[in-house]
Ligand binder design. Sequence first.
Ligand SMILES: [Zn+2]
Length: 494
Amino acid sequence: MTRFLCRTCGTEYADSGESPPAACAICEDDRQYVPEGGQQWTTLADLRREHRAVLRELEPRLTGIGLEPSFGIGQRALLLESDGGNVLWDCVPLLDEMASFVESRGGLSAIAISHPHYYTTMIEWAHAFDCPVLIHETDREWVMRPDPAVELWSGDVRELAPEAKLLRLGGHFEGGQVLHWTSGADGRGALLSGDIVQVLPGQRRVSFMYSYPMLIPLPAREVERMGGTLEAYEFDRIYGAWWNRVVSAGGNDAVRWAVDRYVRALDREPQDDGPPPPDDDLRVAGVDMAGGGWAVVVLEGSRVVEAFRCETFAEALLLDAAVIAVDIPIGIPEREPREADAEARRFVGPRASSVFMTPIRAALEAETYAEAREIATALTGKSLSAQAYALSRRILEVDEYAARDPRIIEVHPEVSFCELARRPIPSKRRLEGLVERRRLLREEGIEVPESAPRIKEPDLLDATVAAWTARRYARGAAAPLPVTHRERIGAIWR
Ligand SMILES: [Zn+2]
């Protein structure tokens, strides 16, 4: 017995014996595509060899579940925890690697999928957790592995739990559904939208499409209808289909703006930019060691609203900020070198020497440098530098704060700049390196002030790029080093 999965869309088909189905109906449809070279199939056994599962907490009670490397259309699923029963939103294969995690959160009471491109192995999940898969009846023809677990529903709203409703929104697919979660985003509401409401790069705007591969838009009246349906629901945040597609705030306004712009474009009205996009008031901070103190940069949306120096880390924690990213190791190793440091060194390539290996806790806690050297050598076979020991008090202090304050994450400016540039950049000790760093931030819409009192330019740039990563983290778009790391602490975020 073999069930084949389409490599392009990820859909698992019903048992077809030794040979795969003749074609993938979902990819032959004009909302998907068959790749150059023709239809390709795979099996779960092959997938297990080629991919691994990745879990990432996105906000309290919401965890992203994805594959590394990504598979099919590259979506990540979301596990929404609710007192009325947990929901798996959208789907990815490799259930076996994630089942114990989902089980530990109380299992599943329902699975709901935005549209057929993310069905993948929904039936495997439904069987494992003995729960239904909710699909709107108008999309019944796209279920390629028919099963009693599939529950076709009709109408426009289906309650999943007191705080979670499934809405039939249509658009991309007639049965296209989104999930409205009233307690998401700290009670301001969240929309889990797949790509029925597509979150665009830049993470402030959304749009709609009948076919993404064929670039066929939806009729204006259909987009207006979708916008009208969503007017009845409040949501500040929109989780799109992929890791880096989240509108963190201003969700309702983003939808209104998109509907207006879309309809005007189709009506061939003047192609001006229309009203400004919703202003993002997300506040985050980046903190970098600067001399004996700390350089702090606060971003509100893309604007640098504060840049100052403080003497203690505790002062930085007084800020009103959703995430505080700091350039110092958090999660001190007990015996072994930290994997995060080793991966960060590889990640920055030629800038590897800028990432130091975090000394073990016993060495950092030693009274004197001589004692620290002795302890480190005895326990790890390697000594530590005077420079690393000199930071011990600050490393221990931040580590303690980070254990209690969930806003704090670890970053490394060179890692962040590398992530931003997608290539190694010249050293910040050279003028061209500073100019390049400033330019990279400007391209992200972040204008770094010319100067800030008592902060040197390299520290100002480092604190700003730390804030850039803090913003990505707040939006659920930051990736950890090591890539498979699952907790806030112990990873260098980028
Ligand atoms: Zn397919």
